[in-house]
Design a protein around this ligand. Structure first.
Ligand code: NAD
Length: 357
């Protein structure tokens, strides 16, 4: 076995249907009594369901800030900070997907307030010490252990409303964290266990959810898988797939989870010649792979009935060359060297919606 380093991210997790009832206990456990609730405008009604749960235990929330939005723009964070101060909140509770959790992290790192997350998608931000923020259209990402939320409540009941298409893309976004963790330069055997288990759970559950979004058992399985995959993202370095998605999303305004879903099989196919052992392990946990991980990913995406081309989301053909230039101009570690022509073909296939091979 290779030598390795392993650092555990110290988050407390409460998992299970109905676990939201434990929220007041978790607030009190931190010695707090005036939590600020955070959500997107779309989830304002859903987050309001937390107020009576808190009230029954004698806790009145400091208020609700429901303007969280994609990419954590700093002008929204500044508004939220003013509100946090004006209501004298003593901790924050983010309820939602990566966008709301991003806002919770941005407030927490600036104020030192404790952060409790209630994730309602599969993106995994709650398990990472990473924060991406945008200012005047420019995205910067930083990592700091103080950004890692201290408490996470995974209550499957709040994921039941996640639309089928978003469940699919958010779930594949999670799988992408795990797959890249398998070949990360600083990977380790513990992360490998989490990555393979997380991928297996999601790959089995997501097609069931797409066909029946009300299947609670499958939802629970997917949420468990997403937690494990989020731990992978929070613990080891990512490579071509994540960098490419970052470039494509940031430069051509492509949607986050959808871009991850389309790019994943292509990025893995690019790296495949250099990671034969990873491809074998991955194939073993992907249903219908017949021993071929790329086939397994293609089978999964077909079952998820998802559009396969970035052109379907507004990317233009001439953007392919621009994307290649940006991607090669920004060097980072990857198991296979970033070579312009093969990468161009990879991005072109993503754009055109062709199957990875
Ligand atoms: P999101 O948070 O943007 O949510 C997408 C939409 O779905 C929103 O309108 C939201 O209100 C709605 N929604 C969420 N859960 C729902 C539910 N259960 N029922 C109904 N509607 C629901 O989407 P996301 O994919 O979770 O997060 C994407 C963002 O998170 C991106 O900005 C990405 O960069 C960031 N992210 C960060 C990290 C990190 O470690 N820092 C990790 C993953 C993602």
């Amino acid at each position: 076995m290779h030598s390795f380093e392993y650092n555990a991210n110290p988050a407390r997790v409460v998992f299970g249907s109905g676990s939201i009832k434990r929220l007041p206990e978790e607030v009190k456990r931190l010695g707090k009594s005036k939590p600020l609730l955070l959500s997107t405008p779309q989830q304002k009604e859903q987050v309001q369901a937390l107020e009576p749960i808190l009230k029954d235990a004698g806790i009145t929330s400091a208020g609700l800030f429901s303007e969280a939005t994609m990419h954590t723009p700093t002008h929204i964070t500044n508004q939220a900070l003013e509100y946090t101060k004006s209501v004298s909140a003593d901790c924050v509770i983010s309820f939602g997907g990566g966008s709301t959790i991003g806002l919770g992290k941005a407030i927490s790192i600036r104020t030192g307030l404790e952060h409790i997350c209630i994730p309602t998608t599969y993106a995994g931000s709650e398990m990472t010490p990473i924060l991406g923020e945008t200012e005047e259209g420019k995205k910067t990402t930083r990592s700091d252990e103080k950004i890692l939320p201290g408490t996470v409540i995974y209550d499957v009941d709040f994921t039941m409303t996640l639309p089928a298409a978003l469940s699919a893309t958010s779930g594949v976004n999670a799988i992408a964290h795990a797959v890249e963790a398998l070949y990360a330069r600083n990977t380790n055997p513990i992360m490998n266990l989490l990555a393979l288990e997380g991928t297996k759970e999601l790959a089995e559950a997501l097609p069931t959810i797409v066909n029946n979004p009300q299947d609670k058992e499958a939802r629970s399985k997917a949420q468990y898988g997403a937690w494990l995959c989020g731990m992978c993202l929070g613990s080891v370095g990512m490579a071509l797939h994540h960098k490419l998605c970052h470039t494509l999303g940031g430069s051509f305004n492509l949607p986050h989870a959808e871009t991850h879903t389309i790019v994943l099989p292509h990025a893995i196919a690019y790296n495949a010649p250099k990671i034969p052992e990873v491809m074998e392990k991955l194939a073993n946990v992907l249903p219908g792979s017949d021993g071929d991980a790329i086939k397994g990913l293609n089978v999964l995406l077909t079952k998820l009935k998802f559009k396969r081309g970035l052109k379907d989301f507004g990317m233009k053909e001439e953007d392919v060359d621009k994307a290649v230039e940006i991607a090669v101009g920004n060097p980072y570690w990857n198991p296979r060297e970033i070579e312009k022509e093969p990468l161009r073909e990879t991005i072109r296939r993503c754009w055109a919606g062709q199957e990875a091979k």
